[in-house]
Design a protein around this ligand. Structure first.
Ligand SMILES: NC(=O)c1ccc[n+]([C@@H]2O[C@H](COP(=O)([O-])OP(=O)(O)OC[C@H]3O[C@@H](n4cnc5c(N)ncnc54)[C@H](O)[C@@H]3O)[C@@H](O)[C@H]2O)c1
Length: 440
């Protein structure tokens, strides 16, 4: 496939960003972008805003900022909207979630945050049991609900004079669903929507609506949503990028750095026990075993793919991997994640690594949302459609082409992302071979 920077449409005009869910993560993104816009904060954690990219040889000295290298929308061009079954404005959500300091980071931008009132959601308690809200669309068929969401997208775009739109799922984790016959192709999915089939949860209706409107869809939760053949087919048919799933923000981020290190040094692994306490609404929703099961799948998947036990049976053939999330209200959004890692080295001698990550869930997730929105919009303007595997860097369970295994190693993901940007702009790939520096 050929590409060149001349094929990328300019990032002109306003980019509408609709978040499904206006909870801790979404309100932290919206507030952060407004603060950064006004010069009251720095975009720390955001690759699109702070990251650089090396071009050419190490001796060339060409290291532009990514946002100067690729034509990304500027944060001044973003316009936010949301859906949520809870009617709190972004201001009320930011205060209730308690992530940001009220006086330093919420009150100075109160009027902007108050303007963001969530649109009534497509919400069904059978898919998220530990949650309730009154700001929901009236009960209707799944087809009518999908049409109502399409209308919301069109209306928002027109009302805010947006040139382009992106929809990103920042809503609660739905109960565990396996891909079934309704998800296998677009025709089956359309029929399932028309039949009000239970295999189509609200998240799929949002994704369907976005893709039908030609709007990219990003999935920040572990729900199946666009990770089924029917949605990939729809995205390819409508020429729209999709990306998912489940933001890789904390414990799994560390896991996908530490596990490649063990493998790189051929150190063995006996067991990896990961546990968390968190007290935000996400923690409460994940306290329902069916929602936790969805999360558990994305959290557990990474080690096998990184360690490749079939290639290294002596090192990784018998790994005990456990992941726990405990809802503990006093902590709010300030999660604590512990990892106990039992490893073994030369001659089989055992050793242990202990990690205690005192993190802030939404502070880690917010820059990922910003980057994903900007990169996905870039992908759309560059004519990339369907699964955007180069954005694996941001996800616990990256979507990938059938027949491939997902790439979980953070630094391979980073190389893939940066090489994709170089490729998009017609720059040489960086292989790190470097023989040219040693030639006479
Ligand atoms: N570091 C992180 O924070 C992190 C990392 C990975 C994934 N995630 C995922 O991101 C999502 C958001 O996390 P959060 O901490 O903001 O949670 P949150 O509970 O604070 O916010 C989620 C919001 O989604 C709303 N919602 C639920 N169902 C909806 C629907 N059908 N339509 C519209 N809105 C709906 C809820 O009312 C709530 O306000 C969760 O699924 C979480 O698992 C977060």
């Amino acid at each position: 496939m050929e590409t060149s920077k001349d094929h990328i449409k300019p990032a002109a005009g306003r980019l509408g960003v609709l978040t499904v869910g206006l909870g801790a993560v979404a309100s932290t993104v919206v507030a952060g972008v407004e603060l950064i816009r006004r010069g009251l904060a720095e975009p720390i954690g955001s690759l699109t805003q702070m990251g650089t990219i090396r071009l050419g040889k190490r001796t060339d000295g060409r290291v532009p900022l990514i946002r100067d290298f690729v034509p990304l929308a500027g944060i001044d061009q973003l316009v936010f909207g949301a859906w949520d079954p809870i009617s709190d404005t972004a201001y009320e959500a930011a205060l209730k979630c308690g992530v940001l300091d009220r006086h330093a980071h919420v009150e100075p931008i109160a009027s902007e945050l108050k303007e963001i009132e969530p649109m009534p959601a497509v919400f069904d308690r059978s898919y998220v049991r530990r949650l309730d809200g009154l700001n929901v669309k009236p009960k209707a068929s799944k087809r009518d609900l999908a049409e109502a969401l399409r209308e919301d997208i069109r209306h928002f775009k027109e009302a805010h004079s947006c040139d382009r739109m992106v929809v990103i799922w920042c809503a609660s984790t739905e109960i565990f669903l396996e891909p079934g016959p309704a998800h296998q192709d677009l025709q089956a999915l359309e029929a399932a929507i028309d039949a009000n089939d239970e295999s189509v949860p609200p998240s799929m209706l949002y994704a369907y609506a976005a893709l039908k409107e030609g709007v990219p869809f990003i999935n920040g939760a572990p729900n199946l949503t666009v990770d089924v053949p029917a949605m990939v087919e729809l995205a390819r048919t409508t020429g729209v990028p999709i990306a998912g799933k489940d933001f890789k923000s904390g414990q799994t981020l560390l896991k996908t750095v530490l596990a490649p290190m063990l493998k790189a040094r051929m150190l063995g692994l006996q067991g990896w026990y990961s546990t968390n306490i968190l007290g935000n609404r996400d923690g409460e929703v994940l306290d329902d075993p069916d929602s936790f099961r969805t999360k558990e799948q994305t959290k557990l998947g990474v080690l096998d793919h990184i360690l490749q036990p079939s290639l290294y049976p002596q090192l990784y053939g018998d790994v005990h991997h456990k992941v726990r999330i405990n809802y503990y209200p006093p902590r709010g959004d300030s999660k604590e994640g512990w990892d106990n890692i039992d490893i073994f080295g030369w001659l089989g001698y055992p050793m242990q690594i202990k990690v205690d990550f005192l993190c802030r869930d939404s502070i880690l997730a917010a820059p990922l949302v910003l980057d994903l929105v900007l990169f996905t919009d870039l992908a759309q303007r560059a004519g990339l459609k369907g699964v955007q595997e180069w954005l694996s860097f941001y996800f616990k369970s990256p979507q990938h082409a059938p027949g491939l295994y997902p790439e979980h190693d953070l630094f391979i993901q980073q190389t893939k992302l940066k090489n994709t940007l170089r490729w998009l702009m017609g720059e040489e790939q960086i292989t790190h071979l470097g023989m040219e520096y040693y030639q006479d």
